[in-house]
Design a protein around this ligand. Structure first.
Ligand SMILES: Nc1nc2c(c(=O)[nH]1)N[C@H]1C(S)=C(S)[C@@H](COP(=O)(O)O)O[C@H]1N2
Ligand SMILES: [Mo]
Length: 202
């Protein structure tokens, strides 16, 4: 089945964090469209790194093997793209940002985080939201390795925000005192990106 308009919009079904399952203005799709601005990087797990820098006590770089030693969690959650399609009920598997933060020390004045990716994509979020909104680093979806076009080997998934708030091919987190707009945020997308408030643009 392709894209169809949800017939249950307005139903009382809630998602795992208590918001209506169908945010306003979204269509349901069983496809998994690819939305990439620019190149699709080709990164092997051997070459992949995640560097944490900025307002941290110590700069840390994880290799693939080191990163997979962090707690591995599964989250069944929905994916909302600002271009109005949503995918429902995928099982996302990887490392929660909150678990990652348990292993490093951010400086007290770190309040925002910029995600960086191979290829140059960036997106920004408050540190608090990253900690409290199940932001996760995903390497497996529905039991299969994340496909390269969807950000494999590793992407960020933000279940409570529009999907541009998660960088595909993520390779860095920059801890910042002041907020700074990422790629789409500089190009007119909302800074806060709440699908239930339809925060699509500025
Ligand atoms: N590195 C990178 N990450 C990205 C993007 C991108 O262009 N480059 N697009 C964002 C947008 S706008 C969306 S909707 C999702 C799309 O993910 P998908 O291609 O797996 O559907 O990735 C987000 N992360
Ligand atoms: Mo998007």
């Amino acid at each position: 089945m392709g894209i169809f308009r949800s017939k249950v919009t307005g139903s009382s079904e809630l998602n795992y964090f208590g918001k209506p399952k169908f945010p306003p203005g979204q269509y349901t799709t069983e496809k998994f469209p690819v939305l990439t601005y620019g190149v699709t990087p080709k990164i092997s797990t051997a070459d992949w790194r995640l560097k944490l820098w900025g307002l941290v006590e110590e700069i840390v770089t994880f290799s693939w093997d080191e990163f997979l030693k962090l707690p591995q969690r599964k989250l069944t959650a929905d994916f909302h793209c600002v271009t109005t399609w949503s995918r429902y009920g995928d099982e996302w598997e990887g490392v929660m940002f909150s678990d990652l933060m348990g292993t490093i020390r951010a400086k007290p004045d770190a309040r925002y985080v910029m995600q960086h990716a191979y290829g140059g994509y960036t997106t920004n979020l408050p540190l608090e939201w990253m900690l409290n909104e199940e932001v996760m680093f995903v390497h497996t979806v529905n039991g299969k390795p994340l496909e390269r076009e969807h950000g494999g080997p590793m992407r960020v998934f933000t279940p409570r925000r529009y999907a541009w708030k998660g960088a595909k091919w993520v390779n860095g987190l920059e801890f910042m005192k002041d907020d700074r707009p990422g790629f789409w945020e500089q190009n007119g997308y909302s800074n806060t990106a709440d699908p239930w408030k339809e925060e699509r643009t500025w």
